[in-house]
Design a protein around this ligand. Structure first.
Ligand code: FES
Length: 162
């Protein structure tokens, strides 16, 4: 810690050190609270930082549950066309040809709820993470992959299952 102080860390933007916190090993994390206080994080700002960290970790949690969509409903009209998509229950449901696919809305890169379907791929509008239809990452932002759901169609009812 003293090395950081000697380099004048207090005068540098705190945001640059968020990645450093996430890369810490266990022993370093034990001392994280003291480290953050040395950076000037106190009270509400310290709570906000821990909340941000928690949100990022939540992106790694596998979603669960089953729900259904009525494809004849006006709210699902985008699924009538190839490449169209809708968002429901934090899941992005897209049509590819005559098939339907689904993936989590939560991006594995930094946990933003900004997954869309674009040009036949899952795409995050936050920083450009790309995933194929199976959830495999297609660039560095998407390297952690994306959770995808199973879908089944019966009449006009599309069921999405984790
Ligand atoms: S959060 Fe999706 S690309 Fe960064």
């Amino acid at each position: 810690m003293s090395g950081w102080k000697q380099r004048g860390i207090r005068g540098v933007c705190k945001c640059k050190y968020l990645k450093y916190f996430n890369d810490m090993n266990l022993e370093e994390k034990i001392n994280r609270n003291d480290f953050l206080k040395q950076l000037g994080f106190t009270g509400a700002s310290l709570l906000a930082l821990y909340t941000l960290d928690s949100c990022q970790n939540e992106s790694n949690i596998t979603p669960s549950g089953t729900f259904s969509l009525d494809l004849s409903a006006a709210s699902n009209a985008n699924l009538a066309k190839d490449g169209g998509y809708v968002i429901n229950n934090n899941v992005v449901i897209a049509r590819v040809g005559v098939n339907y696919i689904a993936a989590t809305l939560i991006c594995s890169h930094e946990g933003r709820e900004q997954i869309t379907f674009k040009n036949g791929e899952w795409y995050c509008t936050a920083h450009g993470a790309r995933f194929d239809t199976t959830g495999k990452g297609l660039n560095s932002e998407g390297k952690k992959g994306l959770f995808v759901y199973n879908t089944s169609l019966s009449g006009n009812t599309l069921t999405i299952t984790a």
